[in-house]
Design a protein around this ligand. Structure first.
Ligand code: C2E
Ligand code: CA
Ligand code: CA
Length: 655
């Protein structure tokens, strides 16, 4: 220990060999080694002292000394023991360092740290923990963690901590909330582990991460994923998710569920005429009215556009549905005031029932949708229950739609022509082009069976384009080969004005065929006045500028406002055949025809009567000064070959 040999020490004074120093102050202790000799008693020093070895190193030792006495109790010398304690001191120092490090880590950790008794009382907390809970340390140390925890999270937390006590896990992680009110909540992720003392569970160590911000974003995203941003109602995906649950419950308890599809009547008109802003506000207000009409346990969602859906769980029968429906109609019967507009909306509803109409979400939605489709057909504020025939019809519709697309590709359409005879000049002949469909299995399909669907789906646009091209081509032939040219009349649907460049299509067809524009009449309906009036007016004006004539078809049954007629300034009015049909025995029809002819002649508009079936009717119209006639009396619509035959007969007879 001292780095000396026996020879070095023999005969030396011990205090010259062993110099003691105070361990902390480093001051020499003086002749301490001979102390026991001097004082004649046992000396033991608890604390280590430093002794200096020969090579100058300081060595920490425990030291004790005792006098050696002879039989007469006379002091003969002293035995001195030194124990090297450098290892022990080093270990003690390391422990102190590590504790210090832990305390620093604990105190300065960026996450909340807490030691908590097994009963949940805080023993030690760091700054971050105090900040996270916004409670000063001294107050926190008098509190139980459970008192601060959101009530409904305490059971879960106890279960997690139990895993530590049973030894199932060495550490557990869980998300929990601090706070007592839902509006003032701190979301945290707690990692807890158990600290032991003498192998006994002693306390928990919590590491607590603040999740509030992330949770808020998560909640927001979750909200967005499940709600319609405009009306704040559930969206389709959330509705379907919840409906699955409701169906399971209904199955378990043998309950009936009703599904109501709701579609606003004439919402499109509001949107088109007053703009999307008003449309959006209307949807928001309607959503509020709908929500007011149902119970808390009912589900409601917006599926998109002006379509809403309501699920009524556990109902008894149709009466329950009618109650809700009547409440909805009642709530919507008050006009809604939006930006100084007083809007009155109605709605149509389609209803399907679980389990009667279907067992799964998709089937029930489909059934309610098809019932709604039926309700819309019946008019405003109508409700229909699902009937299986409806699906069948819908299926047929979808099939027909597909077939129509194929028909265009496979060239299955054909134009028939029906003569229009002028009462003013025998030579002023016309023909209306009327489409026919040569269906591969059904045979010749009349337009009434497919034009409405073609208009609904928009296929009318390419079909109509084909009709214009084909009609012009045919008329151009008559223009070349016959003594007198035949004017062609072609029906166009409002959709063609809306979604295609009809002016360009007409101009191209005229150019391609070489037909004189003045030989072409486009027949439009009064529907054109109702929507996008300005847009349609511009197109009509452009067509007229090209030299094309415009006829208003089915005149008299529609909206027939004189102001519109003046605006559109058509070349011809075609009186609907419903008036012509009973002109002989219905005085009202006769009066209407008289009025139309009088009005048209004052506006210098030509009048064509449709549906002339007999000589008597023809004579009567002539007497009323009607300009032209069209009808079975002259000819049914026929193929182009047969029309050529009719033409030569006609010319032969009149010549
Ligand atoms: P519309 O434009 O009013 O055509 C006249 C319809 O009355 C034709 O029926 C014609 O066959 C029928 N008709 C003519 N004379 C008489 C008669 O004396 N008595 C009776 N009872 N009926 C007569 P069709 O060809 O079945 O056409 C029906 C409707 O389909 C047309 O009514 C028109 O709205 C539409 N349509 C026909 N072809 C086209 C087309 O190419 N494009 C468009 N968009 N619609 C078309
Ligand atoms: Ca027509
Ligand atoms: Ca007509």
């Amino acid at each position: 220990m001292l780095g000396v040999t026996l020879d070095d020490t023999q005969g030396q004074l011990i205090d010259e060999i062993i110099v003691g120093k105070h361990p902390r102050t480093g001051l020499n202790l003086g002749p301490f080694a001979s102390q026991s000799l001097r004082e004649n008693k046992v000396i033991g020093l608890e604390f280590g002292i430093l002794i200096k070895s020969k090579n100058g190193q300081n060595l920490p030792v425990d030291y004790s000394a005792a006098p050696i006495r002879d039989d007469n109790d006379l002091v003969q010398g002293s035995v001195i023991a030194f124990r090297d304690v450098s290892k022990r001191l080093k270990a003690e120092q390391e422990l102190r360092n590590s504790e210090e490090r832990f305390r620093m880590a604990f105190n300065n950790a960026p996450v909340g740290m807490a030691l908590v008794t097994l009963e949940g009382k805080f023993i030690q907390v760091n700054d971050a923990m105090c900040k996270l809970l916004d409670i000063p340390e001294h107050q926190l140390l008098e509190t139980h963690d459970t008192d601060l925890t959101f009530p409904s999270d305490t059971v879960m937390e106890q279960q997690m901590l139990m895993k530590l006590l049973t030894g199932e896990s060495v550490s557990v992680q869980y998300e929990k909330r601090y706070g007592s009110k839902a509006t003032d909540i701190t979301w945290v992720l707690t990692s807890a582990s158990l600290l032991t003392q003498n192998d006994e569970p002693f306390c928990y160590l919590y590491q607590v991460h603040n999740l509030t911000e992330r949770k808020q974003i998560e909640l927001r995203l979750n909200y967005l994923a499940h709600h319609d941003t405009l009306t704040k109602l559930f969206n389709r995906s959330k509705f379907i998710e919840d409906m699955e649950f409701q169906l399971l419950a209904a199955k378990r308890n043998s309950e009936i569920i009703a599904l109501i599809f709701i579609d606003l009547d004439n919402f499109k008109q509001v949107n088109d005429t007053l703009g999307h802003d008003i449309g959006d506000k209307l949807l928001i207000m309607v959503a509020e009215e709908l929500e007011k009409s149902i119970r808390e346990t009912d589900l409601i969602a917006r599926l998109g556009g002006d379509e809403f859906v309501i699920l009524l769980p556990n109902i008894k029968n149709e009466t329950d549905v009618m109650q809700v429906a009547n409440k909805i109609w009642g709530n919507l019967s008050q006009p809604l005031i939006i930006d100084e507009n007083k809007l009155q909306v109605g709605c149509s509803m389609g209803v399907s029932f679980y389990p009667e109409d279907g067992l799964d979400v998709q089937t029930l939605l489909r059934c309610a949708d098809s019932a709604l489709y039926q309700a819309k057909n019946e008019g405003r504020n109508n409700l229909q229950y699902y009937r299986p025939e409806l699906t069948e019809r819908l299926g047929k519709k979808i099939k027909l739609e597909h077939e129509l697309r194929m028909a265009l590709i496979n060239n299955e359409f054909e134009l028939y022509y029906q003569p229009i005879i002028s009462n003013k000049s025998q030579f002023n002949l016309g023909a209306e082009a009327l489409i026919r469909w040569n269906h591969p299995t059904l045979g010749l399909v009349p337009p009434i069976d497919f034009i409405p669907l073609a208009e609904e789906t928009g296929i009318i646009v390419p079909i109509g384009e084909w009709v214009i091209q084909q009609g012009c081509k045919q008329a151009a032939k008559w223009q070349r080969f016959d003594k007198e040219p035949v004017e062609i009349s072609i029906n166009v649907s409002p959709k063609q004005f809306k979604t295609s460049d009809i002016c360009k299509i007409v101009a191209d067809s005229l150019a391609d065929s070489g037909l004189k524009p003045s030989l072409l009449t486009l027949e439009v309906t009064e529907e054109l006045f109702l929507n996008d009036t300005d847009h349609n007016l511009k197109i009509i004006a452009k067509l007229k500028q090209m030299g094309v004539k415009i006829a208003i078809d089915d005149f008299g049954i529609g909206y027939s406002s004189l102001s519109y007629i003046k605006l559109f300034n058509p070349d011809k009015l075609k009186i609907d055949r419903s008036f012509i049909k009973d002109i002989l025995d219905n005085s009202e029809s006769s009066i209407i025809v008289n009025a139309i002819i009088a009005m048209a002649s004052s506006l210098k508009i030509q009048v064509v009567s449709e549906g002339v079936e007999t000589l008597e009717v023809s004579n009567l119209l002539k007497s009323k000064n009607c300009d032209s006639e069209q009808g079975y009396y002259y000819s049914k619509p026929v193929s182009s070959q047969n029309f050529d035959v009719w033409l030569s007969n006609y010319h032969a007879n009149t010549n």
